[in-house]
Design a protein around this ligand. Structure first.
Ligand code: SF4
Length: 502
């Protein structure tokens, strides 16, 4: 089926649609779809004169594992005879459900079910998010680009570098200014990047004044063609503290090279506690506190996220009053991936030397303590009027209920973090959602599954659309659905709050 549509403006909305065509009103584009064709988003089609949603509704199920055998609930439900399903281990997600546009309609599925003797309701919909973006965490010390540097795809800016967190570089992509505040092309490119990242596809981004990085949720980053393997064990100072005892007696000085804080063992508090003799090796950079140095070099792809390739470049001087011939010195990066062993000669010049086994083992211990480097993609968006009106005629009550933890919000069944303050602004880890949960429409905006789960009585109090509540069995009986296994690490959404019976 091929997209073959036109869109209408509001003043032609009243005009009749040509015979055989259908008008889709699931988003502001208002496609007119010819027979056998799809709308601009490929999510709706004209099937024999009826507007039809193409993707199936995704229902997740907790599988029972008895005697090692997996027994999916939905297998049994095919033989369902109409009995009341109490504590059914299934959850109807918003994936494939449909939208509430243009805001006056109840959500496409408002599903009642019974859990632990409590009547519950889950309001299931797909939100059209133009106020949205992703936050990307990339586990690497490598320099990706200056803070605030533009991040581009196909020469369009789609986001910017924010800052570094502990062992990770952070990017902000999308957002309303790129989606709708720039040119049409910028908006479409940004929306495409967001959709692909949220659907866990690999996306290569170019950062002004920095690197090209391939980002894919749950996968190692690839920076300038090189796959990152390890996330650093800590900053240089923390590494000194963690491993100081293992080096004691085997090295006279250890320098952990780090773009953030370079640590110098004999000068560091850890070395002093261990009564180490000051070694007189002075490193470059700005001294913060004893044994901790900022900015020993510029950021880069070298040792410890600096731009240096030869670690001796950060040694500014050797104090002849303190250092001594034969002094043994380890220089190592925060991942242990780079290391070198030196012995001072009679002129107090560090000379490379074979690394003793005990030191090589200590370096290997640093590597062993590094976690795998991964990319993490969090969707972030604000639930607007359309979404909330689809849940209740009095949307502010829903906001209050969510803030009071009386209503649980999930995206494709995945838990979300709801920001404090006004509105329902949430973040969701896309790796905890079913595959291909996200879609888009050309306005441009992302289409995102979202569910609100709460006790039925509370839903009535909120002014919910009680006339639209349908039993879970009705949803299960409909053909256009598919099943996905519930991710065991996701909290089951019916366990809303300790204040409610589980
Ligand atoms: S782009 Fe909007 S109007 Fe067109 S088919 Fe998709 S949801 Fe319907």
């Amino acid at each position: 089926m091929r997209s073959d549509t036109s869109s209408e403006s509001a003043d032609v909305l009243d005009q009749p649609v040509a015979s055989g065509n259908v008008r889709c009103d699931a988003c502001p584009v208002l496609c007119i779809i010819r027979p056998g064709k799809t709308g601009a988003c490929d999510r709706y089609a004209n099937v024999e004169g009826a507007l039809s949603r193409l993707d199936p509704l995704v229902i997740t199920e907790r599988v029972h594992r008895e005697g090692g055998e997996v027994v999916p609930f939905l297998e049994r439900s095919r033989e369902w005879q109409g009995e009341l399903l109490s504590d059914a281990p299934v959850f109807v997600t918003g994936v494939g459900s449909g939208t509430t546009y243009p805001d006056y309609r109840p959500a496409p599925f408002i599903v009642s079910s019974r859990h632990a003797d409590v009547d519950m309701v889950t309001v299931v919909t797909e939100g059209i998010f133009s106020y949205c973006g992703v936050k990307v965490k990339i586990d690497t010390d490598r320099f990706l680009g200056p803070e605030q540097a533009a991040i581009r795809m196909d020469d369009e800016q789609v986001g910017h570098v924010t800052t570094a967190e502990y062992g990770s570089q952070m990017l902000a992509l999308g957002g309303v200014r790129h989606l709708t505040g720039g040119t049409k092309r910028e908006g479409r490119v940004a929306c495409s990047v967001l959709e692909r990242l949220c659907n866990r596809e690999a996306v290569e981004l170019a950062i002004d004044g920095g690197s090209r990085v391939v980002v894919q949720a749950g996968m190692p980053p690839v920076v300038d063609g090189e796959q990152e393997v390890r996330m650093r064990v800590g900053c240089g100072s923390a590494t000194i503290g963690m491993f100081a005892k293992q080096w004691l007696g085997h090295a006279d000085e250890v320098i952990v090279v780090d773009d953030h804080i370079t640590g110098v063992l004999s000068e560091h508090q850890a070395g002093r506690f261990l009564s180490m003799q000051p070694a007189g090796i002075q490193v470059r950079g700005r001294k913060s506190t004893p044994g901790r140095y900022f900015r020993v070099a510029e950021p880069g792809s070298g040792w410890g996220g600096t731009n240096i390739q030869d670690p001796l470049d950060i040694v500014e001087s050797v104090d002849p009053e303190r250092a001594w011939p034969g002094l043994r010195m380890l220089m190592v990066s925060t991942t242990g991936e780079q290391s070198a062993w030196y012995v001072l000669d009679d002129r107090l010049v560090p000379q490379p030397a074979p690394m003793p086994d005990v030191i090589a083992k200590a370096v290997a211990r640093i590597k062993e303590n590094c976690e795998p480097a991964l990319c993490t993609v969090l969707f972030m968006g604000g639930a607007g009027g359309s979404l909330r009106a689809g849940v209740t005629e009095n949307p502010v009550r829903l906001t209050r209920s969510v803030k009071a933890s009386l209503t649980r919000v999930t995206c494709g069944g995945a838990p979300v973090y709801v920001w404090p303050g006004g509105g329902i602004t949430l973040m969701a880890d896309v790796s905890k959602m079913p595959a291909r949960s996200f879609g888009s429409v050309p306005t441009p905006a992302l289409v995102v599954p979202i569910e609100f789960t709460l006790p039925l009585d509370h839903y009535r109090e909120l002014g919910g659309h009680m006339d639209s509540v349908i039993p879970l069995e009705t949803v299960l009986a409909q053909a256009r659905r598919t099943a996905a296994e519930w991710l065991p690490e996701n909290p089951w959404p019916f366990r809303i709050d300790p204040a409610f019976p589980a």
